[in-house]
Write a protein that binds this ligand. Structure first.
Ligand code: NPW
Ligand code: ADP
Length: 372
């Protein structure tokens, strides 16, 4: 805890009218490993840190206190960097190789999205549109019969496949598994709803599908109390919870979260499930099974809008399908998702931008990345 004269100095700095308050290494009053506030921290406009990004600058109270983070290089002996307990790096853009002249629409994989329910007809559309815009040519958008016509009106590119019923149930699984037979990667969960029959079906599907699987939204809800389903999967698994979903998934209390327990729980889950765990938030963290992580620094508060996570899941799906490894696909997907969000904010402003604008901006974002 900062107190006494140090606490008094922090109060004076925070009350000052200075244009810029620059913290060196980490704002005083922030735990560098967890981002927890140790009393009142300095609220900096910028933090300059050295060598490697400190996790406390991107988590908990640390994100607000650090302001804009600049990671500057000092010359460290390589051996020190290799031995560092911090195995974190900032995300970087994906490389989109030039599309082969001879390619066809399945060259970059065939993907499936199992999503939607009567209350949520937007989520499947956002995920599919984002995957299309990221370059995928063949998308099977698998939704309940009850919403198929609505979804067909909203999308043109994806092939909309309907399974019988109002919501996903076990009865639909044989049909869905048939559709998944030649699928490279699948996304399950956006807007599926939480009918108990749906939750049961999600668990069976996650066990039966042998390809790379991204679990998002209500598919994560289905795994609450059933994490063993994830241990049993042989194929790569990517989990994309926001912090509320993650706390529920692993049973963290608000006090655990307050004490900075989220990251270590994510590392434990990633290791136990051999999965990539992407913790969504202001600064998202992609945690790998070996405990190392990527910190994403793109994106803005205008992205705190419905459907942004669905679009992210679609982007990651598309990168996985074209052969990018699950960990990189997730970290790089988050990078371009945030970059597209920043581009959308330029045009529409943070207040008014929405998920359709992010998906529209994704096209120009990818084009710009390709141009180098
Ligand atoms: N148009 C459509 O079809 C759309 C359909 N969608 C679909 O809706 C389904 C339900 O998804 P969901 O995320 O709204 O519900 P849920 O899991 O209850 O979490 C919400 C609660 O969690 C908490 N919370 C804590 N941290 C948080 C954080 N970082 N980010 C966000 N929340 C955070 C927070 O609670 P609070 O902090 O207020 O106590 C909040 O109230 C799912 O299938 C999804 O795909 C959406 O994609 C939207 C567009
Ligand atoms: N303040 C913010 N700054 C940067 N990114 C944000 C912010 N708020 C939300 N996001 C991003 O937007 C997405 C929201 O996902 P999620 O909460 O699952 O939304 P939804 O369920 O509505 O699709 C995540 O990728 C998250 O990182």
């Amino acid at each position: 805890m900062v107190s006494g004269i140090a606490g008094d100095i922090i109060e004076i700095v925070n009350a000052s009218l200075a244009h810029a308050v620059v913290a060196v290494d980490i704002p005083s009053g922030i735990d560098c490993d967890t981002g927890m506030a140790l009393g009142t921290p300095v609220f900096a406009s910028d933090t300059v840190t050295f060598g490697l990004p400190k996790l406390g600058l991107y988590m908990g109270a640390g994100t607000e206190a650090a302001g804009e983070v600049h990671v500057e290089q000092l010359i460290y002996p390589d051996i020190l960097l290799e031995q560092s307990a911090i195995h974190a790096q900032l995300t970087e853009p994906p490389e989109f190789p030039e599309r082969m002249r001879t390619m066809h629409k399945a060259t970059y994989g065939k993907v499936a999205i199992i999503a939607g329910s009567p209350d949520y007809t937007g989520a499947p559309v956002f995920a599919a549109e984002a995957a299309l815009t990221t370059g995928t040519g063949t998308i099977h958008l698998i939704v309940p019969q009850s919403i198929a016509d609505v979804v067909r009106v909203k999308v043109d590119g994806p092939i909309v496949q309907a399974f019988a019923g109002d919501v996903l149930t076990v009865e639909a699984l044989p049909h869905i598994l048939e559709l998944l037979e030649d699928t490279t990667a699948a996304l399950i969960g956006p807007g599926l709803g939480r009918d108990p029959r749906t939750l049961e079906a999600v668990l069976l599907l996650a066990t039966a599908f042998k390809g790379t699987l991204i679990l998002d939204g209500d598919a994560l809800f289905a795994c609450v109390g059933h994490l063993d389903v994830l241990w049993k999967r042989d194929a790569p698994t990517i989990l994309t919870p926001h912090s509320g979903e993650f706390a529920r998934l692993v049973g963290l209390t608000p006090e655990d979260v307050e004490k900075g327990g989220t990251l270590s729980s994510a590392q434990t889950l990633a290791a136990q499930a051999s999965a990539v765990v992407h913790l969504k938030g202001h600064r998202s963290l992609t945690v790998l099974p070996d405990g190392s992580l990527y910190i994403n620094t793109t994106g803005n508060p205008g992205m705190a809008k419905p459907g942004m996570g669905d679009a992210l899941a679609g982007i990651i799906l598309s990168l996985v399908a074209r052969g990018v490894a699950p960990d990189l696909a997730t970290a790089q997907g988050a990078f371009i998702h945030g970059l597209a969000g920043d581009a959308a904010a330029e045009v529409m402003g943070e207040e008014s931008m929405g998920t359709p604008e992010l998906i529209m901006a994704l096209a120009a974002t990818i084009k710009e990345l390709n141009a180098g």
